[in-house]
Structure formats: structure tokens, C-alpha cells
Design a protein around this ligand. Sequence first.
Ligand SMILES: *Cc1c(COP(=O)(O)O)cnc(C)c1O
Length: 221
Amino acid sequence: MSDTVTRLAETKAAIARAARDFERDPASVTLIAVSKTMPAEAILPALEAGQRVFGENYVQEAKAKWPGLKERFPDAQLHMIGPLQSNKAREAVELFDAIHSLDRESLAKELAREIAGSGRTPRLFVQVNTGDEPQKGGVSPSQIDAFLLRCRDGHGLAIDGLMCIPPAADPPSPHFALLAKIAARHGLKGLSMGMSADYEAAIQLGATHVRVGSAIFGARG
Ligand SMILES: *Cc1c(COP(=O)(O)O)cnc(C)c1O
């Protein structure tokens, strides 16, 4: 077995264990295997082992790698988890089954237009900058209520959930708890939170989607 297949199995087992520890159904947590920067040959073993949900950060990279892989595994699902430029909204709607980085009005507008024009309906997560870090994408917690209303009433977008990336220097759990609280306030079911280092804590606090890269594919170069 390749290292990736071993690590994938270990990650799935750890997710199921964490879910049970916190009295959740393991099936309520979707593992997004983050394959950014990994070549198609490195992704193939995970597909062959049955993994079907993958995360990518860059539209161009995903466009280069995934059409070939999808030919062989048509039921693979792709989630866009990286920052998305508004001028890539069309390609993103064509390529991805979910977008986790909706974080501004201009992007909401472009996505609404492309969704209406294409008939495709990727699931949408609004990214929240829970640590209010200036260099990071995401809507500030102080603006999130208004932004969600604008998405719904201004652009007619159905929002599935929220996503966050806690500041690297902070303990992640307060950020996960804040995200869960905002989601509950808005009746949103999806919580995209938790990466290789902290997905168990995220599951404890209600994550429905964990985004795990290096723990499965190894360190990125
Ligand atoms: C790269 C990335 C991940 C995966 O990070 P790992 O630490 O390798 O698990 C998760 N979420 C986002 C938004 C990322 O950019």
C-alpha cells in the first residue's frame, strides 16, 4: 500500500473515532482530501482507495489536473477551498461542486450570475475571518450577518454553510466555536473547519467538512 493509502485510512479512522467520542454520527463529517500542489499521480492512489471528495486551492491547477482524473472517476467531487478571484467565477462554477471561499460582494454577484447562466449549483460556504487577520480572506465576524443577508436577499444565493481558517498562532477551538455560533444563528448546517493539525477539535465543535491535506498526501514541497 502506498503511504497515501495508509494515511488516508488512518485519517478516516481518526475522524470516525473523534465523531464517536463527541457523540456524533461519523457519516455527518465529510473528509475533503486537500490535493493542492499534488500531481495527478499522487492523487490517483486515494481515488483508487475510494476517496471521492477533494479540495483544491487554485482554479488553473485544478483545471489542469482534474478533467483527466474525472474521466476515470466521474463521481469524484471537487471543492474549491482557496481564495477565488471574481474573474475566475465562471471557471470555478464549471469545475467545482462546492466553493468554500465566498467572502465578498463582488464575488457573490459574479457567482450568482454564473450559477444562473450555467444551471450548475455548487454548494456555497461563506469564509469568515474569525481572527480578523488583515492578510487573510474572509468576512469579518462584525460584518457577517449583513453579508449573509446580502447573499440571500440581494443575490438570491443559497448558502450551505461557513468556513474558517483560524490564525496559525491561536488555539483553534475558540475560532471553531465562534464559527459554529454564527452558523447556528443563521440556521446554516455546513461547517467547513479543521485541517491536518486540528480536525479532531473541529469535529468536537460541529465540523461537517474537514479539509485535510498533508496528513494524507504528506508535506507539500
Ligand atoms: C492547504 C489547505 C488545507 C489543508 O491543510 P493541511 O494542513 O495540509 O491539512 C485546508 N484548508 C485550506 C483553506 C487550505 O488552503
